[in-house]
Design a protein around this ligand. Sequence first.
Ligand SMILES: [Zn+2]
Length: 175
Amino acid sequence: MKNICDWNNCSNEAEYKAPIEKDNSRKYRMLCLKHVKEFNKNWNYFEGMNDMQICEFIKADMTWHKQTQSFSSSDNFFKILWNNALNDEVNKNKFKDQNFNMRQFKFDHNDIKAFSILGLSIGIGWEKVQVKFKKLVKKFHPDMNLGNKKFEDKLKVITLAYTQLKNTYKVKIDN
Ligand SMILES: [Zn+2]
C-alpha cells in the first residue's frame, strides 16, 4: 500500500518521514520529496523545546526515523536536512558592513545550546559557523566512519544545531 503525501492538497506518493510537533501522538508524517524539502527548509527543530526536551532529544534514540534507510541512502530524512543545511542562504553582504556585528543580538537558549554543541562562542560570525560545521561534518560523516551509528547520531545533532543557527542568523540578518 502506498502512502499519500500529508501536505495540503498534495497527492504525490509519500516516501519520507518527517517529525511531528512534540505534543502529537503520531511521531511522524509521510511526505513526498518536494514537500519534505519544503518542510526541512522551514523547520526549526528546537523551536518551542525547553532545555530538558533538547537534552532528551539528543539522548533519545530517535525512534521515529529508525525504520528508514541508513544515513548514506539518498532519501534519508537527515541527509536531506543536511543537504539543505549546506545550502547557504544567509545574506553574506551584511557581514561586510563594518558596523554589523552579530554579538549585538540577543540569542535565546536554543541558540546558545546550538553554539555550545558546535563548540562556538555565542554570536560568532556566520562564516566561522559554516567552517566549523563543515569540519565537524567531515569528522563525523558515517562514510568516514564505516557507518558507525554513534557518529551518525553525532552528525544529526550537529546538523540540527547548525540548522537552528542558520534559521536564527537568517531572521536576524534579514530584519
Ligand atoms: Zn507532497
